[in-house]
Design a protein around this ligand. Sequence first.
Ligand code: NAP
Length: 332
Amino acid sequence: MKQWILAPGADFSRLQEREVEQPQPGHGEVAVRVRATSLNYRDLITAENPKVENRVPLSDGAGEIAAVGKGVTGWNVGDRVCVNFFRDWQGGRFRNSYHDAALGGSVDGMLSEVVVFPAYSLVRIPDHFSFEEAATLPCAGLTAWCGLQRGHFVSGDTVLLQGTGGVSIWGLQIAVASGGRAIITSSSDAKLERAKKLGASDTINYKTTPDWEKEVWKLTNKQGVDHILEVGGPDTLGKSLASVSNGGSIAQIGVLTGFDAPNVSLFPIVAKNANINGIYVGDVESFDNFVRFLNVTKIQPIIDRVFPWEQTREAYDYMKSGAHFGKVVISV
Ligand SMILES: NC(=O)c1ccc[n+]([C@@H]2O[C@H](COP(=O)([O-])OP(=O)(O)OC[C@H]3O[C@@H](n4cnc5c(N)ncnc54)[C@H](OP(=O)(O)O)[C@@H]3O)[C@@H](O)[C@H]2O)c1
């Protein structure tokens, strides 16, 4: 069978296709024939990290069960599934050991025709999703879901989304389908128009309106937003603290502006009795709840483009360009 690996190096040119023997499931394991994968910003960071080598990349994929190992109950050949980003995080509080099995990072990921994982790490995908659509769930979708859940989102709440990448568009769709009011930023007016069609009530171009937090304040009648999916990182956190409502929640998710320390006052957190929740994707139990929500709301994920297997490097290049709206998928 075929798979892509990150050979030694520090950019996408080190992606190499190779032929390997097909793995067989052991006791308690399941083999999945992967049909589609999707890219996340994290996959760009991983490809540029020389410490990660000889690793099958990508956390996100969907497929059907090809073989079931001894001792497995509840799963059958042909079942349509995803694998959880943190293989061993089934529920409860996060533990440091879960970092030892993060797909496409500390263990091999999904850019492979067949993968083998413990049965406990699988999640059944929504019936109305194609494999391409389901491949957008494990990282971007679940992160947006958990970000809003941890902030105790309820219908009628206001949500701020930053940019129109994978996490933010998933956040927009979840918020709108849950009866929330969504405000979204982007560097592109054309993308903001698309976001409006998905139900965003207000849009702000963060290039032409760099002080977008003032606009958020105005749009919310000086109340601020109840939830922020903070994907920007150090350069946007200060603006998010200015935008959040009293008692509101910031889901601290991303590093689009880098890993440096933010140069911001922490006092707004105190003054507003606000919450900052660190979100690192999610657990199997949350993923199952998310799928239940999707089966009811019938949301269709937004896929910008599907690349064929042979054009995996081109898919990475496209993701890096930031031209996409929603998700970039690679078919397998
Ligand atoms: N903690 C977690 O579990 C977790 C999970 C998933 C992702 N993440 C992180 O979250 C971030 C987003 O991931 P992703 O996969 O959704 O990325 P993505 O799809 O690559 O999103 C890229 C988009 O982000 C927007 N953007 C870039 N810089 C921005 C800025 N300064 N302010 C506002 N928007 C900006 C741009 O949108 P426009 O073109 O519309 O301007 C860009 O197209 C990344 O840092 C990623 O590492 C973390």
